[in-house]
Design a binder for this molecule. Structure first.
Ligand SMILES: Cc1cc2nc3c(=O)[nH]c(=O)nc-3n(C[C@H](O)[C@H](O)[C@H](O)COP(=O)(O)OP(=O)(O)OC[C@H]3O[C@@H](n4cnc5c(N)ncnc54)[C@H](O)[C@@H]3O)c2cc1C
Ligand code: SF4
Length: 596
């Protein structure tokens, strides 16, 4: 058994009189990676994180059985998670006038989850306005990586060169060959579990031991192969064989990370604090200041260059300045755009780095909702097997608009799914009957269900954007984001196809289709927000160059998903980290040469 060692107190003293080599804003996947790469290159880095350092193992309690919790995992009275209908019928800010003391995004489940009540933001303190949007935020050390879904996928040149392929939007200023070595570095440093498939549109990673497929998943995999499609074990950002990192253990296969956002208290699943930040602190080059809400990139009036960050202490509400030679924003796609827009000065009247007017624009993400549920009849009454003791089910990669051309839509979608026995058989909710017969039926069918849901690419469009609300402010007096965003016809047509194709694939595999969901979930539901400060070669139509460096301000970098040019349909976190690694290596080189 691996013993995990938790951090001794070796935090560097924060010294706001000092000028650091670099200040990084945000400690999630992007900020953690920036801290790791820059400190390993010998740079002295100050990391500002708006949230607290939460004793995460005590929150997640991955070993707790549902019956050991007084409310079976539900949040306490007074806590409310926003429901699907609320998102659609009402307008943001959703928590205004709510009778509940605390209001959270949907992600913990309708009653709210006790395990994430100190991880997700309270919407009462963090309003936003404009068009409907389900915005999930985690303000704490490590951000959303504490509870992410772990599906770790690479993008391919079908994504990086999307415009060349189908004529829409813009190509990225990099190709797969540029980023491949950095995907490899991320795989090796953090660990990823999966199975090689040799697909040009979903490149393989350097995998550790894959998760085993269940019987129903094997049935579907075999059938899809005859259609030229693939079902592969969940590519999980989880170390199954172990990595050299004293803060993490290899996966014990408890499946708790799948508990409506679950997290992993032994850190087999990647999270930024144990995967990146604590090792960076061990170099002696990283200083961390939590409870530090950045609200402006400070500018040198003589040079127009960035000179640091102005931030509010989340607890005492006082304003401070952090000085640095290089500023790196990694506050997440929407928060980094907000920061750029908030940073208005004489030299940068539209917000720093925004001479193009593209900051906040070209927003893109994934559309989801349509899915299918089926019953594998041969498995009804089968002996129970341990199916959910693993960090994920399966993934069906994109198969549309690769060699073919769909009439109704461009780009593609993939499916995430799972099958087999689980800690609680969801089918119990829909099983008719009472008493002994009901229980028998639930038990007999518990391992025979299979389901999957689609994640499709939302096209990046200039008209989909966020700006600052002129009136509404958050609990720290900082203007909030206002959304101007909705799905287009392309996404709607793609969703129709998702539902039909899912049904078709189950039928072809001889799986009885028991449910087809055609509804599209609210904008934002995928939690894969991207593209508000895109990279490009033309400073008139893009915000950053290929190294996520501002076209306007050479010592300003934005290393999170805001830099993505298009959304792909593959989940973004592994790409966010590979890109950040590449950019920060370049940054460190330029810094050493005195070019910043
Ligand atoms: C339930 C769930 C499931 C997910 N599943 C997947 C998945 O399967 N695969 C996948 O690829 N992705 C998944 N994601 C998305 C993934 O978590 C994000 O892509 C990733 O965390 C983005 O990293 P980031 O650093 O940009 O943002 P974050 O992880 O959100 O980190 C941003 C950090 O910046 C801090 N911050 C924000 N504003 C400020 C400020 N003004 N000053 C200082 N600090 C600030 C925040 O507190 C936070 O700590 C999932 C997310 C959730 C919540
Ligand atoms: S299955 Fe693995 S990654 Fe998931 S909670 Fe258990 S140990 Fe962690």
């Amino acid at each position: 058994m691996t013993v995990i060692r938790f951090r001794a107190s070796q935090d560097q003293e924060v010294d706001l009189a000092r000028t650091y080599d670099a200040v990084v804003v945000g400690s999630g996947a992007a900020g953690g990676m920036a801290a790791h790469v820059l400190t390993s290159q010998g740079m002295k880095v100050l990391l500002l994180e708006a949230g607290k350092k939460v004793p995460i193992e005590q929150e997640l309690r991955s070993m707790e059985w549902p019956y050991d919790h007084p409310r079976r995992g539900e949040a306490p009275p007074g806590y409310h998670a926003i429901r699907f209908n609320e998102y659609n019928v009402r307008q943001p800010p959703y928590a205004t006038k709510s009778a509940f003391k605390h209001v959270f995004s949907y992600v913990g489940g309708w009653g709210g989850s006790d395990y994430v009540k100190n991880i997700l933001v309270d919407e009462k303190d963090h309003p936003y306005t404009g068009t409907r949007y389900a915005w999930v935020r985690a303000r704490l050390l490590g951000g959303k990586t504490n509870i992410w879904g772990r599906l770790a996928l690479r993008l391919s040149d079908y994504d990086f060169k999307g415009k060349t392929h189908d004529g829409y939007g813009e190509d990225w200023p990099i190709s797969y060959a540029d980023i491949e070595p950095y995907y490899d570095k991320v795989d090796l440093y953090l660990g990823i579990s999966g199975h090689k498939e040799n697909l040009p549109h979903l490149p393989d990673s350097l995998f550790q031991r894959p998760n085993k497929l269940t019987a129903a998943e094997v049935t579907l995999r075999k059938s899809l192969a005859t259609m030229g499609r693939t079902l592969t074990p969940y590519r999980a950002g989880v170390t199954t064989d172990g990595v050299k990192n004293r803060y993490r253990s290899k996966c014990f296969g408890r499946g708790a990370c799948g508990r409506r956002p679950g997290g992993c208290d032994i850190h087999a699943a990647f999270d930024s604090p144990t995967g990146l930040i604590y090792p960076a602190m061990d170099t002696g080059n990283l200083t961390l200041r939590t409870n530090s809400v950045a609200h402006e990139v400070l500018v040198d009036p003589n040079t127009g260059k960035a000179r640091g960050i102005s931030f509010v202490d989340a607890q005492n509400h006082k304003t401070y300045e952090a000085k640095a030679k290089v500023v790196i924003l990694a506050a997440s796609t929407l928060e980094s755009a907000r920061l750029l827009l908030l940073s208005k000065s004489r030299q940068h009247p539209n917000g720093i780095g925004n001479s193009s007017g593209h900051v906040g624009h070209n927003f893109c993400e994934h559309v989801m909702g349509p899915g299918v549920t089926g019953l594998v009849k041969e498995l009804v009454g089968a002996e129970p097997t341990l199916d959910d003791g693993k960090p994920g089910g399966f993934y069906v990669p994109r198969f549309r608009n690769l060699q073919d051309k769909q009439p109704g839509f461009i780009r593609g979608y993939g499916f995430e799914g799972g099958a087999g026995f689980s800690i609680f058989p969801d089918s119990a909710w829909n099983t008719p009957g009472f008493g002994g017969q009901f229980k028998k039926s639930v038990r007999e069918h518990a391992g025979a269900f299979i389901s999957m849901g689609g994640f499709g690419e939302v096209l990046a469009r200039y008209e989909n954007y966020m700006d600052l609300d002129p009136a509404v402010k958050d609990a720290w007096g900082i203007p909030v984001l206002r959304f101007h965003y909705q799905f287009s016809d392309n996404e709607k047509k793609m969703c129709e196809d998702m539902a039909n194709a899912g049904k078709e694939m189950f039928e072809a595999a001889g799986i009885e289709v028991v449910g087809v969901d055609k509804n599209i979930l609210t904008e934002g539901w995928s939690i894969h927000e991207l593209g508000t400060a895109r990279m490009g070669t033309d400073p008139k139509t893009s915000v950053l160059n290929q190294f996520q460096q501002s076209h306007d301000v050479k010592n300003l970098f934005v290393v999170d998903g805001s830099s993505h040019v298009s959304a792909s349909c593959q989940n973004p976190t592994w790409t966010i980290m590979a890109l950040a690694w590449r950019s920060c290596e370049h940054l460190a080189d330029e810094f050493k040469r005195g070019n910043l």
